[in-house]
Design a protein around this ligand. Sequence first.
Ligand SMILES: Cc1cc2nc3c(=O)[nH]c(=O)nc-3n(C[C@H](O)[C@H](O)[C@H](O)COP(=O)(O)OP(=O)(O)OC[C@H]3O[C@@H](n4cnc5c(N)ncnc54)[C@H](O)[C@@H]3O)c2cc1C
Length: 449
Amino acid sequence: MVVSHLIQSLPDATIQSSAQARDTCGDNVKSDVVVVGAGLGGAAAAAVLSRAGCDVVVVDRHATYPADFRAEQLVGSQTDALRRLGLLDGIVGQTTPMPSATAACYGKVIDSTYSLHYGLRYEDMVNTTRSLAGGARFVTGRVAQVVAGSETQKVFLADGTLIEARLVVLATGPNCGDLFPSLGIERTMLSEHHSLTLGFDVQTASRRILVYYGERAGDRMDYLTVFPIGDTMRANLFCYVDPGDPWARSFKLNPKQALLDVMPSLERTIGPFEVVGKVQVRPNSIQRAENVRQQAGVVLIGDAFQSSCPAVGTGIGRILADVEALSRLVPSWLATPGMGADKVERFYTDPAKCQFDVQALRDTHYRRALCTQTSWRWKAYRTQHYYRRRTLGIISRAIRRDMPLLNGAMVGSQHNQKTRKGRLFNSLARSWGAAKRALMAALALLTFG
Ligand SMILES: Cc1cc2nc3c(=O)[nH]c(=O)nc-3n(C[C@H](O)[C@H](O)[C@H](O)COP(=O)(O)OP(=O)(O)OC[C@H]3O[C@@H](n4cnc5c(N)ncnc54)[C@H](O)[C@@H]3O)c2cc1C
């Protein structure tokens, strides 16, 4: 099988002509690692592993990642992880970050968080990440089968092309079940129709980032977030409503009214607004791959391993934790013979990765319960949650108004460590963080004894 028409270079990647590919590999493509799927997870893995000196081939159905409604913000610990992986500057490029976000409910401001927020479309995130995979070779095509073993892995494309590698990284996202059966991997449904995410553009005079929480548990709303992407104000609404629910259907016909039905005081915070353009609707189920540890030669990352609830906002954090684990493990795996299950197991037991996966699932179930349960216990819990955040918000605002020095520290612990003022701000920020956690614990104790 001739692979000439399939091998492409990523925008900045090493260009390998088809003739070179055939000279070095015969009719098949050979590499250390083949990454199947170049969404954010696969593209980031390819970038990081090829920079670490591994010979990487990436396969994806799409030469350019198409327009897709997915994560549209990079925030907080996600940007920290991207910085550690050396990808942040390349991905955010010229995007202007917003320094803070305001949380509100019942038409009142609850609190503000201070960390850099970047608004950008998922396809732009993915395509720029692909362009950072400097040394990787990119193959366009659909992977039809993976035959894995403890030495060499064989990846067959739908047209019969064969790619051989020592390790396969499956980064095929949440809808990738067809490759699993031949590998003995099963997918368990943890929560079907778990949540619904709606995306739309809004016209509003405000340019600040707003996170507005649902006002009543019976409405099954989690939160609306409004943020800039370039000149557009974009909104994502995260809720736990069935896509066939009359409210969800009414949202498509009259989105502004449907939004005000469940968030009646929204305009008191955001000001007058209009929903413009098409409303995108994405239902989400939570699934996890099982029997992965005993499969030699293959690791699953990102949503291929465990899908993410968008409301929890841990999808990208989990992908990056997986990529960081790969960057720690894969170079040493390649330095010794074989790719047995013992090596693969070390990926699935990586403490940082496991902590992310477990916490993401816990938060997934907790958030849904917090927004949908109507028992007195959950009502009390919600009330306590609201007043705890509001109290802290009032304290924070008072500090910002009356103590400009501490305010400077609260705006983040990323000041210049080399200057005296920067070190002072960083230490004040850390103390403020510790005081906030202690205060939250005390308020929780006071509420529930
Ligand atoms: C509406 C929505 C909003 C979200 N919001 C947030 C958020 O605010 N914050 C957050 O952290 N997370 C959010 N998420 C979750 C986040 O977007 C996902 O966790 C993330 O996109 C998963 O990336 P991935 O690389 O695992 O998979 P994907 O990005 O799905 O990539 C999979 C790739 O594999 C390719 N592929 C699949 N099968 C094959 C095959 N057989 N052969 C070749 N190629 C194949 C596909 O073409 C695709 O390019 C949201 C998700 C949704 C749906």
